[in-house]
Design a binder for this molecule. Structure first.
Ligand code: SF4
Length: 365
């Protein structure tokens, strides 16, 4: 029997089973035991193996010798006047990552991070000014939800839960942490645990073309594209990864996206930057660019941060832009700015962790 305890959060069912078998803890009904543990962990959200009361006391004692259910430490909680909550989470290795809960009348959304920092330097985004520190593990991604549910007293994962949706729109480019994000989605959507429908999980990417197609084949989530410009010259400036994967390739990937259909439209995110991308000519170019793709456009009023290079478009201009797109047949809701007073709004996340491993970023750009 190993002396090192494994954190069970983030393990797949097969991995849990392997730990149990390797430690010689179960010989019969392995799948049933794993199902029991899974249910306690992800449906009830227990933080202590003693609370898994449908499992015999002897087996619980044995489980304690191989597993922990430890969450990372909650470093700070900030509550906005509009109900948005931002948690700064201190990971086991000391790195800091942010997670944001956005309550609305019809749903509660958790915005999770996939990396500490980011390599991509999107010019409107505060996270982009923080160099990539590391990719988060599945455990570190899933733990963001566990902590959020603990804080909101949102267990068990039943119909009335506060967190009903998850968006990968926090710190980082999720498709640059493909495997861990994919495993997290599998855990979030497992119907015997957290039980979120994949219709309620959104992966947002700045446009990593090869992985978009792979993701579409392998994982069934909503896809959001951080678009923000309709020509390469401007997009190269706002979303520099466009130099590697220009608009033509990105839009082709969206047209070819295996799961694109009217019931699962692609969301194009478009940040409204005053005098930069908000004219009616830009709106026309946007409609032309995505013609034929089952899509909706999320208009995002720009959320400033210290020394940010842009201003937000006026409400009047955002309305005109949105009306134009609506008239062209695309739904174009304006995303309400939430949590701006605690720097939790879209594009404002950043932690104080600094880059320590150069090798990761070299691999990714
Ligand atoms: S928008 Fe996303 S991909 Fe771009 S810098 Fe910010 S976190 Fe990175």
């Amino acid at each position: 029997m190993t002396n090192l305890k494994t954190n069970i959060i983030g393990l797949s069912r097969d991995q849990i089973k392997s730990v149990l078998i390797d430690a010689d803890l179960i010989k019969l009904n392995e799948n049933f035991r794993v199902k029991q543990i899974w249910h306690w962990l992800y449906f009830h959200g227990v933080t202590n193996i003693d609370d898994m009361t449908s499992i015999s006391i002897d087996l619980r004692e044995d489980l304690k010798t191989v597993f922990t259910l430890k969450r990372p430490e909650l470093d700070k909680e900030q509550c906005s006047t509009d109900g948005t909550i931002k948690w700064l989470i201190k990971l086991e290795d000391g790195n800091l990552v942010e997670t944001v809960y956005i309550p609305e009348d019809s749903r509660g959304t958790l915005c999770v991070s996939s990396q500490v920092g980011c390599t991509l330097n999107c010019k409107f985004c505060h996270t982009g000014t923080q160099k990539l520190v590391k990719n988060l593990s599945t455990e570190e991604i899933v733990s963001q939800l566990m902590i959020a549910r603990d804080q909101l007293k949102d267990w068990p994962a039943n119909e009335n839960r506060k967190i009903s949706n998850i968006v990968f729109m926090g710190m980082g480019e999720p498709l640059y942490n493909y495997d861990a994000v994919k495993k997290s989605v599998e855990i979030f959507s497992d119907q015997e645990g957290i039980k979120l429908s994949t219709k309620r999980i959104t992966l947002s990417t700045s446009g990593i073309v090869p992985q978009i197609l792979e993701w579409g084949k392998e994982v069934d989530t909503v896809l959001a594209i951080s678009l923000h410009a309709t020509n390469d010259e401007l997009r190269n400036e706002i979303v520099p990864i466009n130099k590697k994967y220009p608009l033509k390739e990105l839009i082709k990937a969206c047209r070819d996206y295996p799961r694109s259909r009217n019931s699962r439209r692609i969301t194009f995110e478009y940040v409204m930057l005053k005098g930069v991308n908000d004219s009616l000519e830009d709106a026309q170019a946007l409609v032309d660019l995505i013609e034929g793709i089952p899509a909706k456009i999320n208009l995002i009023p720009f959320n400033p941060w210290p020394d940010s290079p842009y201003e937000c478009s006026s409400n009047n201009q955002i309305k005109k832009f949105g009306d134009f797109i609506n008239d062209a047949g695309y739904s174009s809701p304006v995303r309400k700015t939430r949590g701006q007073d605690i720097m939790a709004a879209c594009g404002q996340l950043k932690s104080d962790s600094i880059k320590i491993r150069k090798s990761i970023s070299r691999l990714q750009v």
